[in-house]
Design a binder for this molecule. Structure first.
Ligand code: GDP
Ligand code: IMO
Ligand code: MG
Length: 427
């Protein structure tokens, strides 16, 4: 079985909980895009771990994890993540395989990311993890790859870094007035020694994965971010710099989408967004505040408060089409339990015309839409111990059914809490 898990909103839908829950049924768990901008929280027996770079399947003892070529790797972060997991007693080193073609997020990528954010009058609100600048260098063929770190002598690597970083160092000094103590040799030495000390396996992972799939092994692909943050299909320019939608699997691992049997779209029962950009159903008021507090909606990577609002069906219809979603895993429905009423945006109105999907995904359009809401009565009951669908209050069933019918995709799981066992299976 080859399964893809992808967020259908602006990230933080609860993807890691789903990956952790499903991982024990798969031979491999694979990340295909993004980098340490991701914050994927797994809670096992009340213990919480936040993954940024490694696939969230690692708390299952059997899973082998792969970091595909489409991921951008911050070696310091990788080092810290592996050490923290091992300190918690999870063996990691012989279970991690990294693509030789994955690009490395260098120190200068992170610096330029922060400088741009500070200087720009139109901020994106990035995580300052150097993601955009690193992908930029990949596309313009100035990137440092894992194969460079492993295969080049330290002096050769330093020379490459010196040449490729030149333009960014120039910008730092002359555009941003930033005094960067750039030392290519020091960077090369530290990248190489840190990476080599990890003892992770570096492989041609596209060949490994395709061979394993052809021999009947199962793979769980873990999306980072969400479809609305996809560089092509999201709310550009307020997006991340990778293909966070399903299509990222092919370019980010070398496994054809034809091989994927099912695409599980993760939908949080309301909407959140970190960073800037349009958010038609945002509730910048007491309701948003209540959802934020109940749902613990603070960034897992940056700690920033997440903007909160109602579920947005026009955007979800769009995500469902673009992502080729075959089933939906609805999360965090327990968070809505105390509300007297719950709204869902069913359509947009633009100059009196009704749209069931955004006609365009540009900020001008999305800032101008007027959401049309359907109001549901709140259930006012705790849901965190619900085990079977029939045990949900009838108001919650009405909410779930409505989402399923509106998106025309089956909801196969409903999550009622962060732990594995807090999951109701509907199929
Ligand atoms: P991801 O980036 O999609 O993996 O999601 P995050 O880890 O950034 O944020 C999701 C948060 O919600 C985490 O703190 C999870 O532990 C938590 N969570 C996941 N599912 C549920 C749920 O059904 N109910 C509640 N209350 N929390 C959940
Ligand atoms: P997970 O995988 C939520 C957002 C940032 C910013 C924009 C661009 O945990 O769902 P970047 O640093 O990627 O250049 O920032 O994308 N963003 C996320 N928002 N969850 C994430 O990851 C995100 N990764 C990036 O807040 O708006
Ligand atoms: Mg997250």
């Amino acid at each position: 079985m080859i399964t893809l898990v992808v967020g259908m909103q602006w990230g933080d839908e609860g993807k890691a909980k789903v990956i952790d829950l499903l991982a024990s049924s798969y031979d491999y768990v694979v990340r295909y895009q993004g980098g340490a901008n991701a914050g994927h929280t797994v809670v096992v027996d009340d213990k919480k771990f936040i993954f940024h770079l490694l696939p969230s399947g690692l708390m299952n003892p059997s899973a082998i994890v792969v970091v595909g070529n489409g991921v951008v790797i911050d070696i310091d972060q990788l080092f810290d993540e592996i050490q923290s997991l091992e300190n918690l007693g999870f063996p990691v080193r012989n279970r991690v395989i990294i693509s030789d073609k994955a690009h490395v997020v260098m120190e200068y990528h992170k610096i330029i990311d922060s400088l741009r954010e500070k200087a720009s009058p139109k901020k994106i609100g990035t995580t300052s993890r150097g993601i955009g600048p690193c992908y930029e260098d990949k596309i313009s063929r100035r990137g440092i790859r894992i194969s460079d770190i492993v295969n080049l002598e330290v002096n050769q690597l330093a020379k490459k870094i010196e040449t490729f970083a030149q333009e960014k160092v120039f910008l730092m000094k002359n555009l941003y007035n930033y005094d960067y103590d750039f030392n290519a040799l020091k960077l090369a030495e530290s990248c190489k020694s840190k990476f080599e000390s990890l003892g992770v396996e570096v492989r041609n992972t596209e060949i490994l994965l395709n061979r394993e799939i052809n021999s009947g092994k199962s793979v769980l692909f873990e999306g980072a971010q969400g479809i609305l943050l996809d560089i092509d299909f999201g709310t550009y320019p307020y997006v991340t710099s990778s293909n966070a939608s399903s299509s990222g699997v092919s370019t980010g691992t070398g496994v054809s989408l034809k091989k994927v049997d099912n695409v599980i779209g993760i939908v949080k029962s309301y909407t959140t967004r970190v960073g800037e950009g349009p958010f038609p159903t945002e509730q910048d008021n007491d309701i948003g505040q209540e959802i934020r507090n109940k749902g613990g909606e603070f960034g897992a990577t940056t700690g920033r408060p997440r903007r909160c609002g109602w579920l947005d069906l026009p955007l979800l219809r769009y995500s469902s089409i673009v992502g080729g979603i075959t089933e939906i895993f609805l999360t965090k429905i327990d968070v809505l339990s105390d509300l007297d009423e719950i709204k869902v945006c069913t359509d947009y109105s633009i100059d009196g015309e009704i749209f069931d999907m955004p006609p365009f995904m540009d900020p001008q359009t999305l800032y101008s839409v007027k959401p049309i809401y359907k109001t549901f009565k709140g259930w006012k009951k705790k849901l965190s111990d619900v085990k079977k669908f029939e045990d949900f209050p009838k108001e919650a069933i009405a909410y779930i059914d409505f989402i399923q019918q509106s998106l025309n995709v089956p909801i196969t799981y409903v999550s009622v809490g962060p732990e594995r066992h807090q999951t109701v299976i509907l199929k």
